[in-house]
Design a protein. Structure first.
Length: 429
């Protein structure tokens, strides 16, 4: 090859590289440390399907603990979703799993290279289809309504059916397509990066499986739209949206190249940003870890179409090491504020440094004048009521660092700093 040809070849190779989102290898010890944080979570009472999916798509495994976990997931979801008799027997089954939880459960089954089958499997699939039909009705013919859950869960539902090779009705897909198409026209997009990524994963699965050939063109266009949105939402630090939406965003961007876009560079910047966040300890929450682990193993939820259950994975062992330095105990001052209610509430508390926001809420409740309620979710405790005022439909109690910075973590994970004021604000979404 002459010099010119070699130069052109190199240019071509670099051009192709620029179109591909690849995440270079991350230090395996760092990945293991992250994976080990899931182990104690796997002993908790209600199993979390996202943790199982995350582990199976990672380079790590939890041995027999993992098999037991899947067994518990199956028992739990089948009992809670099928048949009222078994529901009475099972005290773990307080709430019926939502559409998104059922979808995640089906992803977990597929992560073990199984297809849902038999009478029970068919009933779960029918149930998920029914959930989607109900949501479709809630959105309405004119697309003016909203799903009872969210477009995130709607996308999860379509994705789960798709990886199980179950066809989804064109009408159901149409609602998600319309949500993305209408969002595109808005100056400020309403779909979060997480939701856009999940919708993109669902569409890409449909595109690859060719399940909805009549809608193929719209599906391909919608994939381009959500990818474009995610790339536009890259921050100066490199994250797509924020640190916690970056894993799902990368999952989508990794699925296929985008011609003419410097995708490779954007993904490298995201990887660097993620590594910095990892080293800063940003990933403590099990659900967030479960969305990140596949990315660090170059996998995405689309790998559940044809999962590789023989791939070697490193066995995780619980750590025996104790923290090198015990942080000095200090007392800090945190102020809690609720302005959305009459009369407003504001009170300062002295708590140990390192306390979570949940610890502060508990203390406020114990001392009187303040009450709250939280409900368990796959992400941890979700604050749903403050001073007896429960968030209504499409409302939520937003957590803010006063005056106006929304927190990126929930009440159990966020640790206020000395002198900080935390506001709980009832807002619509
Ligand atoms: C939809 C959504 C919401 C909706 C939920 C309502 C609804 N009807 O769906 C709204 C807009 C209300 C919301 C609120 C918040 N959210 Co949100 N949310 C999501 C999203 C996009 C999907 C969640 C979902 O449906 N999962 C699938 C279902 C099957 O799982 P699930 O456990 O049953 O779902 C429930 C919980 O996830 C819960 N929920 C939603 N967000 C959060 C956040 C936390 C910390 C907790 C404990 C629970 C929780 O609502 C879901 C529906 O009931 C995720 C994205 C993601 N990557 O996971 C972000 C996400 C989980 N949310 C996040 C955050 C930070 C929040 C807030 C804390 C923001 C704030 N500053 O107030 C609040 C929660 C405050 C509170 N009261 O406790 C972060 C969490 C990061 C982390 N470190 O854990 C994520 C990852 C988004 C992000 N990239 O920043 N959220």
């Amino acid at each position: 090859m002459g010099h010119l040809e070699a130069f052109l070849f190199l240019l071509g190779a670099l051009g192709t590289l620029a179109d591909i989102c690849e995440i270079p290898e991350v230090d395996s010890q760092l990945v293991e440390k992250l994976g080990r944080r899931l182990l104690p979570q796997m002993d908790l009472l209600s199993p979390n399907p996202s943790i199982y999916v995350g582990l199976r798509l990672s380079s790590l495994q939890a041995g027999t603990q993992e098999d037991l976990y899947l067994h518990r997931l199956k028992l739990n979801y089948q009992q809670c979703l099928l048949g009222s008799a078994s529901r009475d027997d099972n005290s773990d089954c307080q709430d019926r799993p939502s559409m998104g939880q059922l979808a995640l459960y089906l992803l977990a089954v597929r992560a073990n290279c199984e297809f849902v089958r038999g009478h029970k499997g068919d009933r779960l699939v029918s149930q998920l289809k029914r959930f989607l039909e109900d949501e479709k009705k809630a959105i309405g013919h004119d697309h003016k309504g909203h799903p009872h859950t969210s477009y995130y869960q709607y996308s999860l539902g379509i994705l789960a059916l798709c990886v199980h090779q179950k066809r989804v009705h064109n009408d159901v897909v149409d609602k998600l397509l319309s949500a993305v198409e209408h969002d595109q026209n808005l100056y400020q997009s309403h779909l979060s990066v997480d939701t856009a990524a999940m919708a993109g994963l669902a569409f890409t699965c449909l595109e690859r499986s060719n399940f909805n050939p009549d809608q193929r063109e719209r599906i391909t266009k919608a994939i381009g739209t959500v990818r474009g949105k995610i790339l536009r939402d890259q921050t100066s630090s490199g994250h797509f949206g924020n640190v916690y939406s970056t894993p799902l965003a990368l999952q989508l961007l990794m699925t296929s190249p985008v011609p003419g876009v410097k995708l490779g560079l954007a993904c490298l910047q995201a990887r660097t940003a993620l590594l910095t966040s990892l080293q800063d300890g940003a990933f403590q929450n099990a659900l967030m870890i479960s969305q990140l682990l596949p990315v660090l193993n170059h996998k995405t939820y689309l790998d559940l179409i044809f999962p590789d259950c023989q791939a070697p994975r490193v066995l995780l062992r619980p750590t025996t090491e104790t923290p090198a330095v015990t942080p000095a105990l200090a007392i800090i001052n945190v102020t809690l504020k609720v302005s959305s209610l009459v009369p407003p509430y504001e009170q300062s508390f002295f708590v140990l440094s390192g306390s979570s926001l949940e610890d502060v809420l508990k203390m406020a409740q114990e001392l009187g004048r303040f009450t709250y309620e939280a409900q368990a979710s796959l992400s941890g405790p979700y604050l749903n009521s403050v001073m007896g005022k429960a968030a209504g439909e499409r409302e939520f109690w937003q957590l803010l660092q006063a005056p106006d910075i929304p927190l990126l973590q929930g009440i159990a994970d966020y640790r206020p700093k000395d002198g900080e004021t935390i506001e709980l604000r009832l807002v619509s979404w």
